[in-house]
Design a protein around this ligand. Structure first.
Ligand SMILES: NC(=O)c1ccc[n+]([C@@H]2O[C@H](COP(=O)([O-])OP(=O)(O)OC[C@H]3O[C@@H](n4cnc5c(N)ncnc54)[C@H](O)[C@@H]3O)[C@@H](O)[C@H]2O)c1
Length: 363
C-alpha cells in the first residue's frame, strides 16, 4: 500500500501528494463534495459525468472541469489513468452500476449513502473493491460527528455497561422532497427510511460497535405523498403522481449479541416537530445523542449529566478528508463497505418484513 503522503520538493518545500478526482452524478450533493475537494491541497477535480447537459455545463463554468461526459463508462475509459478516485453522487439506483464501473477500473471510490438499492447490490460492490484492491468508502457522515465521538467513547469505556436497546429516529413532520427523484421507488429503493433513516441508522450502528443484525420486523405506510396537498409547508408541491415510496417506516432490528434497535423515519408524520436523534439504553447508563446527555447512578443518586465541552469539527470536512486520506495515504477506512452492507441488510430486512407482514431473518 502506498503510504507516501507528501512530496518534498527542491529546497525542502512540502507539497501534498496529488489526488485526481472524477465525479459521477454532478447534481446537488456533488457540489458539496467538490467544495471540500477544492479546499484540500493536492486534490483536484478533473472530470465529471452526468446525464444532464446543464449539470455538465455547470461543471465547466463553475468549477473549471473541462473533461465532462454524459456517460460515466466513457469518462472512465477516456480519462483513464488521469483519475485516481471517484465520488459517486447519482440517485441511489445508479450507485451500483457507477461504483462497480469505477472499482473495476481500479479507482478508489466514495459512494454516497445509501450504498445501494439493496444488500445484494451492496455486497457485489464490496466484493468488487476487494477483488480490485482499491479503497471503498461509504458516504456516511453522522458517525463522524463530535457528539457521536463522545457517545462512542463512553460506550467503549464501559461507562454505559452492556447496550440493551437503541432508539433511532429520523422524523420529519412535513418534508417530502419536491426536487430530484426521492419519491420514485424504482430509482431510490424506498422513501424516508432509505433516504434519511439510513443516516441515523448508520450512526447508531457504528456507535454500538457495528454488531451483526440477525432479524427484522417493521412496517411502512403511504398516506400523504401520493396525493395532492394544499397544506402550507417549506417544500410544497412535490410530485405526487410519481410518488411510489413510503411516507413513514418503523422497524426493529435484533442483533446477534441480543441488543435491539428501533428505527423510525418519515417524510411526513403528525408530530410536534422534526426529530433526528439516537437514544442509547445500557445496563449502567444511558445517553441521548442530540443535546448529548448522559444518565447514570452515582453515589446513590440518579444523575443527568452533559459534557461542558465537546470539541467542534465539521463532519463533512471529516468525511471528505477521510476519503482522501484513505484513498491517497492508506488511512484506516472508518466507513467501510462492510458497514454499508450491514446497514443495507437492516433496511432490506425492515422493507421485507413490511411486505411479508411478519419478522424476517437477516442472513
Ligand atoms: N450524505 C448526505 O447528507 C447526502 C445529502 C444529499 C444527497 N445524498 C445522496 O447523494 C445522491 C444524490 O443526491 P442529490 O441530492 O445530489 O440528487 P440530485 O438529483 O441533485 O443529483 C443527482 C445527479 O445524478 C445525475 N444522474 C442521474 N443518473 C445518472 C447517470 N446514469 N450517470 C451520471 N449521472 C446521473 C442526475 O442528472 C443529477 O445531476 C443520493 O444517493 C442521495 O441519497 C447524500
Amino acid at each position: 500500500m502506498d503510504t507516501e503522503v507528501a512530496v518534498i520538493k527542491e529546497g525542502g518545500e512540502v507539497e501534498a501528494k496529488p489526488l485526481r478526482i472524477g465525479i459521477i452524478g454532478c447534481g446537488g450533493i456533488a457540489q458539496t463534495h467538490i467544495g471540500y475537494y477544492k479546499k484540500m491541497p493536492g486534490v483536484s477535480v478533473v472530470a465529471g459525468a452526468d446525464i444532464r447537459p446543464a449539470a455538465l455545463e455547470h461543471m465547466k463554468n463553475a468549477h473549471g472541469v473541462n473533461f465532462v461526459y454524459d456517460d460515466f463508462n466513457e469518462m472512465l475509459k477516456e480519462v483513464g489513468d488521469g483519475i485516481d478516485a471517484i465520488s459517486v453522487a447519482t440517485p441511489n439506483g445508479v450507485h451500483h452500476a457507477a461504483a462497480l464501473a469505477a472499482l473495476n477500473a481500479g479507482k478508489h471510490v466514495l459512494c454516497e449513502k445509501p450504498m445501494a438499492m439493496n444488500a445484494k447490490q451492496a455486497q457485489e460492490m464490496a466484493d468488487a473493491a476487494k477483488a480490485n484492491g482499491v479503497h471503498f468508502v461509504i458516504g456516511f457522515q453522522h458517525r463522524f460527528e463530535p457528539r457521536s465521538q463522545v457517545i462512542r467513547d463512553l460506550i467503549n469505556s464501559g461507562a454505559l455497561g452492556d447496550i440493551l436497546y437503541v432508539r433511532s429516529q429520523a422524523l420529519r413532520r412535513r418534508g417530502i422532497p419536491n426536487w430530484g427523484v426521492f419519491g420514485r421507488k424504482e430509482l431510490q429503493g424506498g422513501g424516508p427510511m432509505i433516504d434519511i433513516g439510513v443516516h441515523i441508522l448508520e450512526a447508531s450502528h457504528s456507535l454500538i460497535g457495528s454488531p451483526k443484525p440477525i432479524s427484522a420486523t417493521g412496517n411502512t405506510f403511504t398516506f400523504m405523498g401520493d396525493k395532492p396537498s394544499t397544506v402550507k409547508s417549506t417544500w410544497p408541491n412535490w410530485d405526487y403522481e410519481t410518488y411510489t415510496v413510503e411516507d413513514m417506516a418503523v422497524g426493529m432490528i435484533r442483533f446477534d449479541n441480543g441488543t435491539m434497535l428501533t428505527l423510525e423515519s418519515s417524510f411526513c408524520a403528525h408530530i410536534p416537530e422534526d426529530v433526528f436523534n439516537i437514544q442509547i439504553f445500557g445496563t449502567k447508563g444511558g445517553a441521548i445523542w442530540d443535546s448529548t446527555q448522559i444518565f447514570t447512578d452515582y453515589n446513590d443518586y440518579m444523575i443527568n449529566a452533559s459534557p461542558s465541552f465537546i470539541p467542534k469539527w465539521d463532519m463533512w470536512q471529516y468525511k471528505m478528508q477521510h476519503f482522501v486520506e484513505v484513498a491517497r495515504d492508506g488511512r484506516k477506512n472508518e466507513a467501510p463497505a462492510e458497514d454499508g452492507v450491514a446497514v443495507q441488510k437492516m433496511l432490506d430486512g425492515i422493507y421485507a418484513a413490511a411486505a411479508a407482514g411478519k419478522e424476517v431473518t437477516i442472513s
